[in-house]
Write a protein that binds this ligand. Sequence first.
Ligand SMILES: Cc1cc2nc3c(=O)[nH]c(=O)nc-3n(C[C@H](O)[C@H](O)[C@H](O)COP(=O)(O)O)c2cc1C
Length: 439
Amino acid sequence: MAGKGFTVKKNWDNPKEHAMPAEARVPAEVRLGTVLVTPATILAPMAGVTDTVFRRFIRHASLFTTPTTEAAHPPNPGPEPCQGTTSVVPKMQQNEERALAPGLIDAAVTNAQSGCGLLMTEFTSADGLARMRESKRQRYLTFYDDEHPIGAQLFGANPETLAEAARIVEETGFDLVDLNLGCPAKRVVGSNGGSGLLRDLPRIQEIFKAVRKAVTIPFTVKFRMGWNDADIVCIELARMAEAEGLNAVALHARTREQGYSGQARWEWIARVKQAVKIPVIGNGDIQTPESAVAMVAETGCDAVMIGRAAPANPWIFRQIAQYTATGSYERPTAEDRYRMIRAYFQMLLDEAEATKDLPRAARMGETAGKMKQFATWFTHGVAGGAKLRAAIYQARTGAEVLSQVDAFFAAQLASGTEPVATPEDVAAGEFPANLLVCD
Ligand SMILES: Cc1cc2nc3c(=O)[nH]c(=O)nc-3n(C[C@H](O)[C@H](O)[C@H](O)COP(=O)(O)O)c2cc1C
């Protein structure tokens, strides 16, 4: 059962009423083997970003928006001064907290509201997993019940080790296992993992066979187009995946050498789609609901996967669902943003308290780092965001980050108008280049 007040149906929850022409709709569902993903929107795996807190935050994103009814959200009492990390939850979040407590969530409802059909973990080393003690594995493979459906992504180069790691993923209760063939990071490519494997298709085939044999859960693969323009392998690779019994392929439409430069070349997603019958997941440069719809229209892909846009705009999945159904979508207000960032910080602190594998000081240090990182992304394109980011950069503790955030939103909410973002606010919020480590 959902927590009382959270079952409000929106007109765009009904996939039958669509404003978009059929060929442009982000599909209402896609079946990846036995896993039904509905709607067909997927949170991309992102190392350092898509941990359990971030994933649950995305899944329940619509719980943090402006009240649609009094019952759904209590009136906002306004920002409170920062009291340090023990009192970060403003009164307005008491209901959200209740809704996030295990057992009170109706996954189907919140899922429909947030519009993200499938969550993916950060990539995890197969070698590491296979070697680790059970207790340590938990740190890498932690997820909560309300994250279903969820896929775990592995990287590695050895077929047996990957098969063993995939078995562990299955035993842990994940709904699917995904293989990373896109990561351009030197330490991963150096050991032939990630996109390094794109130059060794026979090895990839061995891995496909070994993992397929090892697990019964759906098995998918995410890759780039190839190592470089002279060596584009995505079509061959997708055909091989299909022949070896994989349940879907996801293409980030760039080469390894391209890194994140230039535009993703969606025409390659279209070519892959024409080459195979298994579902094709399109990825690369979706920044808005309009671009998600454009990718489907241009490529015919079966689902869209979204990476960098999610931390900057956690509502993007819900906006896609709205846009597809009605032709327009709601934009977050300053109040929504404030509600959301405070809720996310509280989730981080709760998780740091609940996870006992590191000394408390280390956990709190990690949490402060995440708060800083998230506040930076989250104010991308927000008026005054550039100044806030500069202030946050100096902060040393979670409490300091929080007081900067409080002061920022207090000023915004007090002004009563939505200030306009300057070009600096937009530019300074670009995804930091040093974080573009893996894919
Ligand atoms: C910080 C960061 C970490 C990433 N880590 C992973 C990863 O662990 N596995 C993976 O397959 N891709 C990873 N990626 C790539 C994304 O999944 C995605 O393919 C890429 O960002 C393109 O999609 P986008 O334009 O929607 O961001 C990462 C990207 C970023 C920005």
